[in-house]
Design a protein around this ligand. Structure first.
Ligand code: PMT
Length: 396
């Protein structure tokens, strides 16, 4: 099942190390290639020899020992993995990751890798529920790290509560599900993201609060699930997700032209961008000077890109977004009908943690038959998974 996949495992010092021995054995049986890195503290619980015997690979502990290959070893390992697992993850290593500390092989490799990282925490309940540890974990989730939550039960120290390392079965199932889900393979998807900027003069422009986070998370998840992704992005501060082709645009007109040029080739179009509905009628190539009078800037309508897609589409699946502050459902349903979306993701931007800029969103997904499902606040990465799962229901 995992033939051709390479899992790099960082093992840190906790009694649950013995369960990771089982994880390695199970992954190996599924055909994965495995590299194990251990912290010095982890070797107090289980020897490197145990992991070496099961992974059939050398185990790295010391940054400065003679390297086994003539590469810069921590960078070579960082590039080697399709996926990384940190288990058991102590409060200490979680804190180091958040703080950007890389003082051993495990933390150095984790900092250098661009591959997805799964963190399986294991620690005493008091430590796990400590607000500092909880905040650190939330920060890492926000940065895109995946967590395999611990179980509750009797801990090695005798306490009862949350903090037991997830079972080896659950850890392996999570990694297998992640690595084998390629349900967008052979699909071409175009995603729009971010704001547009409509210039008034060389100094000023009209824009909105979109950060691009929602659209970029969708692009990242679609690429991971095997899609060929084109991200038409307004100006943002975000990095291009791995495997995604980005077309950068500034104005609504440029976004319209980019989408129209690409759309015929696409299977799926998701419109997460916040496009300006109006743009200044005239651009002044000289800075508009102030005077004692009030100033009016005449605006003209931009193209409604979603409407244009609806007029031209053949059998593409089209998903819209709606950012609403009032009459949410009525407005969203109107947009589905006018713009021909298969379904729409409705953000109530008046709620804390929803819509623009935040790492989280609170949405209701409404389809063209008016059926709707509302979701509690969640990270935009998690929502991207839900939206793409919904898209797969429209595959023929
Ligand atoms: O980028 P983030 O900070 O993460 O924030 C995410 C978001 C709030 C921007 C996003 O989730 C969202 O709701 N995007 C749509 C915002 C919006 O412009 O909604 P709207 O109700 O004005 O437009 C409805 C739909 O028509 C949208 O899919 C929009 O892309 C599209 N549209 C709008 C105007 C226009 N001229 N052309 C369009 O295609």
């Amino acid at each position: 099942m995992l033939k051709g996949k390479h899992v790099v495992i960082g093992v840190t010092g906790g009694i649950a190390v013995y369960k990771v021995v089982d994880v390695v054995s199970r992954l190996k049986k599924l055909g994965a290639e495995i590299t194990v890195m251990m912290t010095k503290h982890a070797t107090e619980f289980v020897t490197p020899l145990t992991f070496r015997s099961l992974s059939l690979n050398y185990v790295v502990v010391d940054m400065f020992e003679e390297p086994k290959t003539w590469n810069v070893e921590h960078i070579e390992i960082a590039k080697r993995g399709d996926v990384f697992l940190l288990a058991p993850a102590t409060a200490n290593v979680i804190g180091k990751l958040v703080g950007g500390i890389a003082d051993d092989m495990v933390t150095t490799v984790l900092m250098a890798t661009k591959a997805p990282v799964f963190i399986a925490p294991a620690m005493n309940t008091g430590m796990y529920t400590n607000p500092v540890v909880q905040r650190n974990m939330l920060d890492l989730k926000t940065l895109g790290y995946h967590f395999i939550d611990p179980d509750a039960g009797r801990l090695a120290c005798g306490d009862e509560g949350m903090g037991k390392l997830a079972s080896p079965e659950r850890i392996v199932e999570t990694l297998v599900a992640f690595m084998s889900k390629q349900d967008f393979k052979d699909k071409k998807i175009l995603i729009t993201a971010g704001p547009t900027q409509e210039p008034i003069d060389p100094v000023r422009y009209i824009t909105n609060h979109s950060s691009g986070k929602m659209g970029y998370k969708l692009a990242e998840e679609a690429a991971r699930r095997g899609a060929e992704v084109i991200l038409v992005s307004g100006p943002t501060q975000l990095e291009i997700p791995t495997g995604v082709k980005r077309i950068s645009v500034t104005t609504a007109l440029e976004m319209y032209e980019a989408v129209m040029t690409q759309m015929d080739d696409m299977d799926i179009i998701i419109k997460a961008a916040a496009v300006a509905d109006y743009t200044p009628e005239h651009y002044s190539d000289r800075k508009v000077k102030k005077s004692n009078d009030d100033l009016s800037i005449p605006l003209k309508r931009t193209h409604d890109i979603a409407l244009a897609i609806n007029e031209r589409k053949k059998d593409q699946i089209v998903v819209g977004f709606a950012a609403e502050s009032h009459d949410h459902e009525k407005n969203a349903l109107g947009k589905i009908q006018r713009k021909g979306f298969d379904f729409i993701v409705l953000n109530d931007i008046s709620r804390e943690g929803a819509g623009f800029k935040s790492d989280t969103n609170i949405v209701t997904i409404i389809d063209s038959k008016g059926e709707q499902v509302s979701y509690d606040k969640m990270l935009k990465g998690e929502l991207a998974t839900i939206i793409l799962d919904k898209v797969t229901q429209y595959f023929k």
